[in-house]
Design a protein around this ligand. Sequence first.
Ligand SMILES: Cc1cc2nc3c(=O)[nH]c(=O)nc-3n(C[C@H](O)[C@H](O)[C@H](O)COP(=O)(O)OP(=O)(O)OC[C@H]3O[C@@H](n4cnc5c(N)ncnc54)[C@H](O)[C@@H]3O)c2cc1C
Length: 420
Amino acid sequence: MRLQVVTAVTALAATSACQSRWSRDVDYKALSKMFSSSVKIYYPGSGNFEGASSRWSNLDISTVNIVVVPSTENDVVETVKFADKKKLPFLAYNSAHGAITTLGKMTRGIEIYMDQLSRVDVTKDGKTVTIAGGTKSKLVTDTLWNAGKQTVAGACECASYLSPGLGGGHGWLQGRHGLIADQFESMNIVVAKGTLATINSSPELWWAAKGPGHNFGIVTSVTSEIFDIEHKDWAIKIITFKGDKVEELYDAANKHLLKNGTQPADVISRSYWFNDPDADASNKASRPSTPPILPPSTPWTPSLSKRREAATPTSPNRKKAYEFFAENIRGSSVFNNWLVTFDGYSMQGVQSIGAKSTAFAFRDQNIPIGPLITYMPGGAELDDKAAKLGKQLRQILDEGSGREHAPAYVNYAFGDEGPK
Ligand SMILES: Cc1cc2nc3c(=O)[nH]c(=O)nc-3n(C[C@H](O)[C@H](O)[C@H](O)COP(=O)(O)OP(=O)(O)OC[C@H]3O[C@@H](n4cnc5c(N)ncnc54)[C@H](O)[C@@H]3O)c2cc1C
């Protein structure tokens, strides 16, 4: 125990020394002269630095040596130009929910924290909205709602609007209008050399920005299509079932509700597998945990967690997958907070858009699935074990779909799937 503590402290000291030496070697004063007056710069060791560089997932996180918080798009331009000149890696941080393991490949460099670039401006004709690059989903939904408008935004209010969108972007309204990216009409983007460009329907970059968009530049703002709110009311019903109902439940849901991905555009069904000791202790086979509710005039943007995609697996495989999951979360397993999420979004809007019109892949897939394994840090061996479990679950589900390999939604990807 004692040895472990000493090792950890030594490693921390070595990292801090390394970071501050690295920071001293680069003349950041030259960079700060180029900035607007409200830019913020955080160095390692400060509380602001810690806050701005921490991430939602601890797995394979990036290491950064300085945080620049731009307040204008020109601040982004100057930072990227500086990084290019000094041959320094740089990475945009938005709300830092991205959990792909390739982020860990950044072992030094400049974080460009988008937090101050937060604005939502509805255009005068009421047909579009311009959203700054660091705006959170919640601000977009709330601002539009107050103006009697809405657009497709991610289901989670705490993630940014743009980062899910650059990967395609699933959300509540996709059954009507398509993905978040399908609403984009133009964007301002700072590319690798630090050039600011406005792009819209013509260049190839426009095609590429919608799907694997995070790879091609830093988007400082986007203009998206908006719609009048047609239905102000919505309802939600949450029902908890015990694991022995898994086959029956999905068969019934598929037959009566989801209809193999052809449910009505306004019906969304999500299911979660997780360890609920209370439900296990109860002898009831199922229990409604909330009454149906119909609150008027409220946008709904709850927080959810998920990763990775596969198609609808057949029910024997769903049962096999469930049993594999249940076996690995039982009792005092370190993985007993494992959550598997099935996002049964409606697909009409997404599938009405030509597959080749954007780089977003797999428009034909119905249910993004996320085997999100949460556990206390315990070293590389435990990380490998968790990764192996996730892959095994994915494989079981995939075998049931009859495909050769799982198509991955880039925003849920683990990082080992390869570019294709
Ligand atoms: C709790 C939770 C809920 C989620 N809900 C949804 C959902 O409803 N729908 C959905 O589709 N996905 C969802 N996801 C997945 C989500 O799309 C990704 O995790 C996404 O990367 C998170 O966005 P972020 O702003 O936190 O990104 P960050 O982690 O800050 O960034 C992720 C990547 O995007 C890049 N990036 C960030 N901002 C910009 C920018 N302005 N220009 C260019 N590149 C940029 C970063 O450099 C990084 O590579 C969810 C994830 C979590 C953890």
